[in-house]
Design a protein around this ligand. Structure first.
Ligand SMILES: [Zn+2]
Length: 414
């Protein structure tokens, strides 16, 4: 045994008894052990239980972390970010405060395309340097696994540059970083009236290359009026699938456009946003067990409507929460803050918000058999929180309650 966490006031395991995801009423059940302990061997969890059942002989050789008066829970999984970018866009934030809409800003040269221009002119080295700043900060706030999308390159060379940067960061940084190809994030300026030519470029050239080089785990697309319609997205996602990338989708964000239905049809691992999901879409997701990744920070930051979290959960759709950290629509990767917004604005319970940010978020990255809960055989990715009980986490917001972080069985030093 290498490491023992003992005297844990509340051990929030989020165990799903071997299931890949929690749905419905199961999201309320966090499988809490009062006065618990966890034993770790190498990267993995070897034992967990109550202190009274722990044989002290078994931890003689181990490093011991005394968690008296502390909460231990799985570390956060952020299943949706656009973390790799160059310039921040605080000027647009100020314009929005003065009344401009997201669409008006885009028509004045702002929005995604302004970040595309910056990223095309930035070296891989500088993109990585920028990303490290955010990665270190999000790790300190308790996130140990993060998905990062490409989608600010929008041509062969720059999409590949982004995905190479993400892959290298995964090898160099402590966090587990999962790359997603999002070539269909927006229509690049040079293809303004030639969208079908751009879809052709993505499916015939870019996706086969990325697949061959294994630069992305998932293939994503932005399904929205004025961007890519359902048929475009289907073509792109099926091409991704053919080249070894599982489908993900940005769906039903600004309008109800059949995104959820498409995600169910192609058996996507997740469909994200869903602020305007239809009734039919909700039923389709529940039936296909596609994870709905909700992004409370975006609705908060843009003052847009929230996704119908209650209806999704009550219908049996597996619901996850992520940050969508990006310079335009959510400049935060603070997962406990996303939980607070989910509880106050979307009427999720603290238990549901925790399950949504750990196990279900891992399921949205197809990683929930390895991480996302504290169970024997899983990787020891955990956080120690200086709070009196787990409900305190979304309640006392805007504060970092994370005291210690365990990643792959190692206690990180800051
Ligand atoms: Zn996004």
């Amino acid at each position: 045994m290498n490491l023992a966490l003992i005297n844990i006031k509340q051990l929030v395991t989020v165990s799903a008894d071997g299931n890949r995801v929690k749905t419905g009423k199961e999201m309320q059940n966090l499988s809490i052990i009062e006065n618990g302990a966890v034993l770790i061997d190498g990267e993995k969890i070897k034992w967990l239980g109550r202190m009274e059942d722990l044989s002290m002989g078994s931890i003689k050789e181990a490093d011991v972390l005394d968690c008296i008066d502390r909460i231990v829970m799985p570390s956060f999984v952020d299943a949706h970010t656009h973390l790799l970018f160059d310039e921040s866009r605080e000027n647009e934030f100020a314009m929005r405060s003065a009344g401009a809409t997201y669409q008006e800003i885009a028509s004045r040269g702002g929005g995604i395309i302004s970040t595309v221009k910056e990223v095309r002119n930035t070296s891989k080295k500088d993109l990585k340097k920028n990303a490290r700043r955010w990665l270190n900060a999000m790790l300190r706030q308790g996130t140990t696994t993060v998905e990062i999308k490409s989608g600010y390159g929008l041509d062969m060379d720059n999409e590949v540059k982004m995905l190479e940067a993400i892959t290298e960061l995964n090898n160099e940084e402590v966090l587990t970083i999962v790359p997603t190809f999002l070539g269909a994030h927006a229509i690049p300026p040079e293809f303004r009236d030639k969208k079908s030519d751009y879809v052709h470029l993505i499916t015939e050239k870019v996706i086969p290359y990325i697949g061959k080089k294994k630069l992305a785990v998932f293939c994503d697309a932005f399904c929205e009026k004025g961007y890519f319609d359902v048929d475009d997205c289907r073509t792109i996602l099926l091409s991704g699938l053919k080249h070894g990338m599982k489908p993900k989708l940005h769906g039903d964000e600004l309008s109800s456009g059949g995104g959820a239905e498409l995600a169910a049809e192609v058996n996507a691992i997740s469909v994200d946003h869903l602020e305007h999901i239809s009734e039919k879409g909700i039923d389709a997701l529940a039936k296909a067990s596609v994870v709905a990744v909700l992004l409370p920070g975006v609705s908060f930051f843009l003052n847009h409507p929230h996704a119908p979290a209650r209806k999704l959960i009550d219908t049996g759709v597996p619901v996850a929460i992520a940050s969508d950290f990006n310079p335009g629509s959510c400049m935060s990767y603070n997962i406990p803050l996303m939980m607070t917004i989910a509880c106050t604005q979307m009427k999720m319970s603290p238990e549901e918000a925790i399950a949504a940010s750990t196990l279900n978020a891992a399921a949205a990255l197809n990683l929930s058999t390895e991480i996302g809960s504290i169970e024997i055989g899983k990787k020891a990715d955990m956080i120690v929180l200086d709070i009196p009980n787990y409900k305190f986490l979304p309640y006392h917001f805007g504060e970092n309650h994370v005291e210690k972080i365990v990643k792959n069985g190692v206690v990180l030093e800051f």
